[in-house]
Design a protein around this ligand. Structure first.
Ligand SMILES: Nc1ncnc2c1ncn2[C@@H]1O[C@H](COP(=O)(O)OP(=O)(O)O)[C@@H](O)[C@H]1O
Ligand SMILES: [Mg+2]
Length: 257
């Protein structure tokens, strides 16, 4: 089903569209009327202060949290209300901010769980394929996930999401708890490489400047709504915006509304 109103406002073919999504954990919405779009091969970042609703948006897109209103389109098909496994079958991968690997399983078992929709033969092939992307995994295969460092763990979490060769990948703070240098490597090399291979990447980040440097487009979420959106290079140039998305001007920003 093709839906004409899904035509992206910013002139790129949008592969993933969250349209006017309102969602929350109780009667009061946590995010309101949030619209974000990601095209194939694009990295789009969602920035904003702690508690702005970034993870909530990811959960609403991935079917972990029901919408109060709005819809999610994947390749122009309305997938609102789809379960996580149905979305995975349609090419949507998700690396959540927490609980991103199974602690008691080995690295290899984690990858295999990530490929649960695959036939056996393809499972082994895809373990090889993600190991080519993250060569360090070769030596870690038999280690229990709980014994991994923060960086290793995040690598396994991303590799696990790649097992199903997603065409869109949602990454919720992939560099949290990583040393600065490693965070740069994850964003500039791994995440960029996924986009260059044609994947649509929706990236939530606390490292706003680093994220904007690798992104094509950015949204700044404040208090559950999109406060500003623009091409990443324009956001990088704006002087007034740092205070808002770093959260320092958060009370003032809220007071303005
Ligand atoms: N499981 C939950 N139940 C109730 N409230 C939640 C839950 N998760 C997050 N919240 C609340 O929703 C708001 C947005 O949280 P979140 O989406 O995690 O923000 P961010 O990812 O931008 O830091 C916060 O006020 C947070 O306390
Ligand atoms: Mg979060």
């Amino acid at each position: 089903m093709h839906i004409s109103s899904a035509e992206p406002a910013r002139g790129r073919e949008a592969f993933l569209v969250a349209e006017q999504v309102t969602a929350g954990y109780g009667p009061t919405p946590t995010i309101r009327d949030v619209t974000v779009q990601v095209g194939r091969g694009e990295i789009v970042c969602v920035l904003g202060p702690n508690g702005a609703g970034k993870s909530t948006l990811m959960k609403a897109i991935t079917g972990k949290l029901p919408h109060m209103s709005g819809r999610v389109l994947l390749d122009a098909v309305d997938v609102s209300g789809y379960r996580n496994d149905q979305l995975a079958g349609r090419g949507l991968g998700y690396v959540p901010q927490v609980n991103d690997v199974f602690d008691t399983l080995s690295v290899l078992e984690n990858l295999e769980v990530g490929g649960y929709l695959l036939p056996r033969a393809e499972l082994a092939k895809n373990v090889e394929r993600v190991t080519e992307i993250f060569p360090a995994i070769a030596d870690m295969r038999d280690r229990t996930a709980s014994k991994l460092s923060g960086g290793e763990r995040k690598m396994v979490a991303i590799a696990r999401a790649l097992m199903l060769s997603p065409s869109v990948l949602l990454l919720d703070e992939p560099t949290a708890n990583l040393a600065v240098e490693l965070a740069g490597v994850v964003l500039r090399e791994h995440v960029r490489r996924l986009a260059d291979a044609g994947c649509a990447v929706l990236l939530v980040e606390q490292r706003a400047l680093e994220a904007l440097r690798v992104s094509d487009y950015g949204y700044i979420l404040v208090g559950g709504s999109v406060e500003v959106e623009a091409p990443a290079e324009q956001l990088l140039e704006r002087q007034d915006i740092g205070e808002i998305f770093l959260g320092r001007a958060y009370p003032q920003a809220m007071g303005r509304r």
